[in-house]
Design a binder for this molecule. Structure first.
Ligand code: ZN
Length: 73
């Protein structure tokens, strides 16, 4: 993400590119060439949403639900 974009967007309620990148820090992947069945628009599918969606939240919970037993968290 460009520095100019980030500083220029600081007064926005949802800095959606930043939020997308933060999603990667939580282990979420990009969806450039496919969408999960029934899901058209969510933050981790770049350009399809401008705020965190319920599906983004579900993916985050699902990712950590699988990590928890694997690493005894
Ligand atoms: Zn990405």
């Amino acid at each position: 993400m460009g520095q100019e974009y980030f500083t220029g967007a600081l007064d926005q309620e949802n800095i959606h590119i930043y939020l997308h990148e933060v999603g990667h820090t939580f282990g979420l992947d990009d969806f450039y060439d496919w969408s999960p069945t029934g899901q058209c628009c969510f933050l981790m599918k770049a350009g399809s949403a401008t705020a965190v969606t319920e599906f983004d939240k579900w993916m985050l919970r699902d990712f950590w639900r699988h990590l928890k037993p694997r690493y005894g968290l």
